[in-house]
Design a binder for this molecule. Structure first.
Ligand code: NAD
Ligand code: TDX
Length: 337
């Protein structure tokens, strides 16, 4: 039995990962440590909540005593650190909690991992640490780290801290840097679910700037498989870029979703650009493909349809979310549209 501490497992990617891995394997025990911020939602984990290889602990990764207690109690051997404040726009509105959770929190986990002699520490990171690309080229693992937003700077700091624990202490650290994820259970502050839900509610679709910023999209189920592979076979001290080579301009995505839902383009509204908005992300995943044999299974054309369908069929899930504090957040960022 492998004992794994998964942090942030009630969020979008973490919950998809836990659902996936517990359905696939019975040789692991997962302790899910999650603070349940606005983005954490235990409804995402309903189908596995009684699994005997799973337990949930509500708590903060910044809390060193709690983290130590969990390492000792569950004999933790592996860490997958998903826990983070994850939204760029929120980091622009206020950055403190980003540095608390993403930097200090990661440091607490690294220190505990070092003291308890863990077998592997997987730091879940992002292509945003590489900054912004022009029209050509892809991010490789060799690119400079030049983050532009408070969010990405906090993720970059965590990456560098994790690598320093490898170099200094020989700690078995691996880092995965993903492109933009989409799929079920994504909080509707991010582009794809926000647009789907606004269309379903006949609300304006706020497209930042000229809508021509490019993101490289990966279906969350393809992400899960990569986490498992890197945890198993990733070389320590290494960074792996992970993306599905699916570049899209934001406006193309919005129009595609409108098309899937059979609505016209009159809902689109170009709004003030995001400050410091990175122009283009595009990721070269050849290292993980060549070294670990990872390839994406899902085609964007189908997976985006499946994602839209999931939101159409799971109105209860997002209606509860958007009826709470989300309204205040939305009005603050977008005005009362
Ligand atoms: P999310 O915001 O949906 O979920 C984050 C989870 O972490 C929530 O459940 C939240 O309650 C928990 N959390 C936050 N602070 C915590 C703390 N201090 N202690 C314990 N739990 C805490 O985020 P996501 O989209 O699932 O992202 C997961 C990870 O993947 C993050 O590290 C993010 O930086 C990274 N990432 C995300 C994407 C993407 O497209 N969403 C892409 C690349 C990398
Ligand atoms: O209302 C919007 N209008 C809009 O035009 C929103 C929410 C976004 N956008 C644009 C901004 C970006 O160019 O869409 C693009 C995608 O935006 P987000 O969904 O906020 O994602 P992004 O900023 O690219 O960051 C995401 O990918 C990398 C995740 O949120 C990060 O956690 C991850 O690290």
């Amino acid at each position: 039995m492998k004992n794994i501490l998964v942090t942030g497992g009630a969020g979008f990617i973490g919950s998809n990962y836990i659902n996936y891995v517990l359905n696939k394997r019975d040789d692991i025990f997962i302790v899910n440590l999650d603070k349940l911020t606005y983005a954490g939602n235990l409804e995402n984990l309903k189908s596995i909540e009684n699994n005997r290889n799973y337990t949930f602990v509500k708590g903060d990764i910044v809390n060193g005593e709690l983290v130590d207690y969990l390492f000792r109690k569950y004999n933790i051997e592996y860490v997958v650190n998903f826990a983070a404040e994850s939204h760029v726009d929120r980091s622009i509105l206020g950055s403190e909690v980003f540095y608390q959770s993403n930097v200090i929190g990661t440091n607490v986990l690294l220190e505990a991992g070092k003291r308890f002699g863990i077998k592997k520490f997987l730091q879940v990171s992002t292509d945003e640490v590489y900054g912004s690309l022009g029209p050509e080229g892809l991010f490789t693992e060799e690119n400079q780290i030049v983050p532009n937003s408070p969010y990405s700077s906090s993720k970059a700091a965590a990456d560098l801290m994790a690598l320093s624990f490898y170099h200094t202490h020989g700690m078995p650290v691996v880092i995965t840097r993903y492109s933009n994820n989409y799929g079920p259970y994504q909080f509707p502050e991010k582009l794809i679910p926000l647009m789907i839900i606004n269309i379903l509610n006949d609300k304006k679709l706020p497209v930042y700037g000229d809508g021509l910023n490019v993101r490289d999209w990966i279906y969350v189920l393809d992400h899960n498989k990569a986490v498992d592979l890197v945890l198993e076979n990733g070389k320590i001290g290494n960074v792996y870029n992970i993306g599905a080579s699916q570049e899209m301009k934001n406006i193309e995505i919005v129009k595609l979703i409108l098309n899937i839902l059979g609505k016209d383009e009159s809902l689109i509204e170009y709004v003030k650009d995001r400050p410091g908005h990175d122009r283009r992300y595009a990721i070269d995943s050849s290292k993980i493909q060549n070294e670990l044999g990872w390839t994406p299974d899902y085609k964007f054309e189908q997976a985006i349809q499946d994602t839209v369908k999931w939101y159409v069929e799971n109105k209860n899930w997002w209606e509860r979310i958007i009826s709470g504090d989300y309204q205040k957040y939305y009005a603050n960022l977008y005005g009362n549209k």
